[in-house]
Every structure is written in C-alpha cells, then in structure tokens.
Design a protein around this ligand. Structure first.
Ligand SMILES: NC(=O)c1ccc[n+]([C@@H]2O[C@H](COP(=O)([O-])OP(=O)(O)OC[C@H]3O[C@@H](n4cnc5c(N)ncnc54)[C@H](OP(=O)(O)O)[C@@H]3O)[C@@H](O)[C@H]2O)c1
Length: 240
C-alpha cells in the first residue's frame, strides 16, 4: 500500500494486517514512521516490510512493486493512498504545484497500478485495487481546484480500470473520504475553520483514519467480490 507511513495510510496498513494480510508499507520521506508501522504489525504477530519509493517516479515504482511481490510472494491487493495537497485560489495557482499534484496524486496511482497489474492478474478473483479519492474531487472546494482535479481524475482511473480488469475477476474501487483528522488537514480543521466545517457535516464531527481504513478493508475483502467501479463515500454526510 502506498503512503503507509502516516495518517490514513498508516491506519489502512494496520487494519489490513489485523485481518491477516502481509503488508508492504510504502513511504517517500518518513522512513522511521514506516518502520514503526511495520514493528507494530510484527509485534502483533503479523508480517510487514517497509518499502521506500516516490510514487511519482515510474522507474522507482516498478522496482519497488517488484521487490514487494518478490519478498511477500505475490501481490493481491493494491491500495493507492499516497497523496499530497497544495491549496491555492485558481488565479494564484502555480504550474509547478499543479505538476507536483498531478505527478503524485494521479500519475502515482497510475504508475503503481500499471506496475502491479501483472501480479494482480495472477491473483485473479482475489485481486483488488482500492484508490483514495476525496469529497473534494466529487464536489470541488474553493482554493482546491488543482487538488480536486487530481482526485476527480482518480475516479475516472478507477472506473476505467474496473472495466479493464473485470474479465479476470479483479475489482477496482475508490474510497472517497470527507474531512479526516491527519497531518494533511491539520491546518484546515483548527479554530474557526473547524467550527465552520463542523456545521457543514451532518454527523457533526471530523472523521478518523480508522473509519476510512474499515471501508478500504471491506472493499479489499472477499465479501466485496461483486462490487467494482464503485466510489464509496465515507464523509459523515458532507456530500449526500
Ligand atoms: N485527510 C483527509 O481529510 C483526506 C480527505 C480525502 C482524501 N484524502 C486522501 O487520503 C490519502 C491520505 O491522506 P492523509 O490525510 O493520510 O495524508 P497525510 O497524513 O499527509 O499522509 C500522506 C501519506 O502519503 C505519503 N506520500 C506523500 N507523497 C508521496 C510520494 N510521492 N510517494 C509515496 N508516498 C507519498 C506520505 O509518506 P511520506 O511521509 O513518507 O512522504 C504519507 O504516508 C491521500 O490520497 C489524500 O488525498 C485525505
């Protein structure tokens, strides 16, 4: 799984390991945090390896995914979670920021899916891809046009992959979180902004990483074998 060192990805890694999966915890910069996740999994009797690569770097992804499959003896589930957010009003949007968002959030998922495809095909009906999109990709947000475009792109990628892989029984779905308490949202869910945000969320609270991890684990499980091309919203009712 990509971006397993912190936030939602960390929760997904721990949850999947808790359900018996051997987990590859990818990181880009937070090696110590990724190793801590692996230690926690191993301490609970599970199996995990930390694998560093930047999802924006296609060659590094190919090598990293091969290493994962070699060391874990295959690859049945790919979770494309790694992502960054850079916010700016459209008139102030910088080309280099948009390129970075595209490279990591959208091309990163494509790179990893392409690299994992041959192993997923071998897994046949056990093969699963779960991509992380966002409520912002579905409904837009002021100051997040660039980020929203990458997350809307993830939905198109998910639906196309679902069609392409369906012949082999592999399912491809997306989870669309609302606002979840992580480093990514730390600035936007403080103080007055938090109060304004809470008023827009029918369930009246920010979500937790574990609540996203549960949705991912379900879509990755055999129980979800007849669900493909779906976008599962986990947003407290923010978008209904
Ligand atoms: N938090 C929310 O409210 C929310 C809402 C909707 C959707 N999402 C989506 O959920 C996903 C996780 O978000 P989060 O809130 O958990 O973010 P986060 O706390 O900032 O963590 C981001 C993770 O992605 C990894 N990452 C970043 N750039 C990478 C790269 N180039 N290559 C490999 N890994 C990279 C980071 O690893 P390093 O530390 O090693 O760089 C880290 O593990 C993202 O796709 C995000 O867009 C989040």
């Amino acid at each position: 799984m990509t971006g397993g060192s912190r936030g939602i990805g960390r929760a997904i890694a721990l949850t999947l390991a808790g359900r018996g999966a051997a987990v590859a915890v990818n990181f880009a910069r937070s090696e110590d945090a990724a190793r801590e996740v692996c230690e926690q999994i191993e301490g609970a009797g599970g199996r995990a390896i930390a694998v560093g690569f930047d999802v924006a770097d296609a060659a590094a992804v190919n090598a990293g995914v091969k290493r994962v499959a070699d060391e874990l003896g295959g690859l049945h589930v790919l979770v494309n979670n790694a992502g960054v957010s850079i916010d700016a009003l459209l008139m102030r949007a910088r080309d280099e920021d948009f390129q970075r968002l595209l490279d990591i959030n959208l091309k990163g998922a494509l790179h990893c899916s392409r690299a994992a495809a041959r192993y997923l095909l071998r897994a046949r009906a056990r093969g699963r891809v779960v991509n992380l999109t966002s409520v912002v990709g579905e409904q837009g947000n002021t100051g997040q046009a660039m980020y929203a475009a990458t997350k809307a792109g993830i939905i198109g990628l998910t639906k196309s992959m679902a069609r392409e892989f369906s012949g082999r029984g592999i399912t491809v779905n997306a989870v669309s979180p609302g606002f979840i308490e992580t480093d990514m949202t730390a600035a936007s869910v403080q103080g007055d902004a938090r109060d304004a945000l809470l008023k827009q969320i029918p369930l009246g609270r920010i979500g937790g990483p574990d609540e996203i991890a549960e949705a991912v684990a379900f879509l990755a499980s055999p129980a979800a074998g007849y669900i493909t091309g779906h976008v599962l919203r986990v947003n407290g009712g923010l978008l209904i």
